[in-house]
Design a protein around this ligand. Sequence first.
Ligand code: PLP
Length: 356
Amino acid sequence: MRVYNFAAGPSMLPLEVLEEAKASLTDYNNSGMSVMELTHRGKHYEPIHNECISLVRELLGVSDNYEVLLLQGGASTQFEAVPLNLLTSFEDKADYIVTGNFSSKAYKEAKKYGDIALAGSSEDKNYTYIPEYTVRDDAKYLHITSNNTIFGLEWNSFPDVKMPIACDMSSDIMSRKIDVDKFGVIYAGAQKNLGPAGVTLVIVKKDLLEQANPLCPSMLKWALHAKNNSLYNTPPTFAIYMMMLNLRHLKKIGGVEAIEKINREKAKILYDFIDNSGFYKNPVKECDRSIMNVPFTTPNADLDAACVKGAEAAGLVSLKGHRLVGGLRASIYNAMPVDGVKALVEYLKKFEQENK
Ligand SMILES: *Cc1c(COP(=O)(O)O)cnc(C)c1O
């Protein structure tokens, strides 16, 4: 039996996508092989690779001014790749806005590679709001995290600054329409909205490819991967295949615009319920709330644990909050259907009646 999986990542994938992968698991396209067994330089794999890249371009509206790269190492590797690719020397400057655990990690990693300053932070209130910020005019880029997965905090309109913005979009990429031209670099681990774990998407403006630190490791160097169409070394072929199938599915159901409507509907159902309950609470400032990750608490930690346990028994799984926040967290990424959120609300109503 399939459950409604509210995990923060790896997360749900559409059943149709999994079924399709299953159907071709042992013999892909009459090759007599699984995709896992195909050489990455052959006539069967290359169309998968290129379709994945062109679907990213099409679905996000990425212009020819940008490279689309399929890399490894997760978003966490990009925490270091960003400064190593964008700061030529250790004196070069970059500014960071810290709005959660992942952006804090990105900030700390970057400090090794340049003159890095904190442009703004909402740590004082446990990352429950998007802060004001001040950037240095000569910073070579500004780094932000569009959606903070752990605290459920999301940028609704992006900073208006002169320097390129480097943005970690791991947990909300393809969930809503964005203007790619506003960014210098966008990166995302695949395992929340794009596909299974193992592939990392990087979208980078071509005019930013020539300024890497000479010490940047080859495997982290975007220009090298761009020159080789992300086939410099063996790419994670099966993860890319799954991502390609998932993006095909997204295109079929109407693309980012269509999924954004559904995502906003899901988020509204859940937040409206929480706000009107008096039993459950979400601490995030209303205008900065995430449409992907919804953390909430019951009146106490024992009830939180009981609520998670009861949900599990009802087929609503992985609702335990992150250890930094406690309580519960419902991650409602693209693949979570509206019915899953409705089922969660029904369960939470019942739990409230039985425990208040
Ligand atoms: C999950 C996540 C990460 C970590 O991604 P990995 O692929 O595990 O390295 C980084 N940033 C954000 C915003 C995330 O949600």
